[in-house]
Design a protein around this ligand. Structure first.
Ligand SMILES: [Zn+2]
Length: 209
């Protein structure tokens, strides 16, 4: 990949991280974000492990290969890198955005036993790629969190074919992706909105019963 393309991609990814941080979806060192630079051989641009997501700069970003090894930049790859790689390969994603929002953390924990969250009938569903009517239902699978984050990737594998747009990790957060960085960002915004809606709807039901 030519240097100019890398630096443009880095600026775009940093802008997206900043925007997500402003929404309160990746406070502190929470969350991680990746963008495909090249498919063959696979090159992923991403934030290194342990950086404050409100302070990420373009020259902090690292490049990793298909095995998750750092091939450019200084800093360690996050233990969640393998799940990013898995989503990139299994879902043909061009970008993967992983948030630690309050809503995703809470709802994924609350609904873990059900194995997923069912979103149905909302106009905002039309913001998801391939959805053309509100009269549809979308399932967001929930997988168990794991102390060894490297094990999230094998655990997610069986759900990815049915999780075309997002995946929740219980008590941990949301993974959303898209064919481009722009689509992935839109999917995060739409899914965060829909999860919030779900939460508030449950509260309304509680207050009426
Ligand atoms: Zn995480």
């Amino acid at each position: 990949v030519v240097q100019q393309q890398v630096s443009t991609a880095a600026d775009q990814l940093v802008d997206v991280i900043e925007a997500l941080h402003r929404r309160g979806w990746c406070d502190g060192t929470g969350g991680n974000f990746s963008l495909v630079l090249e498919r063959e051989p696979l090159r992923l641009l991403m934030a290194p492990s342990g950086v404050d997501k409100g302070r990420v700069q373009a020259d902090h970003l690292i490049q990793v290969n298909r095995d998750g090894a750092v091939i450019s930049g200084s800093g360690k790859a996050s233990a969640e890198t393998l799940l990013h790689l898995r989503i990139v390969e299994d879902c043909q994603a061009g970008a993967v955005l992983h948030t630690h929002s309050l809503t995703a953390t809470l709802l994924s924990n609350h609904h873990q036993k059900l194995g997923g969250i069912h979103l149905e009938g909302w106009e905002m569903l039309k913001g998801l790629a391939g959805v053309t009517t509100h009269d549809t239902s979308v399932q967001i699978p929930i997988i168990a969190n794991h102390q060894n984050l490297q094990l999230l990737s094998p655990n997610a594998a069986e759900h990815l074919p049915n999780a075309a747009r997002g995946l929740l990790v219980a008590g941990h957060g949301l993974y959303a992706w898209g064919e481009s960085l722009e689509t992935a960002q839109r999917h995060v915004e739409i899914l965060e909105f829909l999860l919030n809606l779900q939460w508030r709807q449950q509260l309304l039901h509680l207050s009426h019963s």
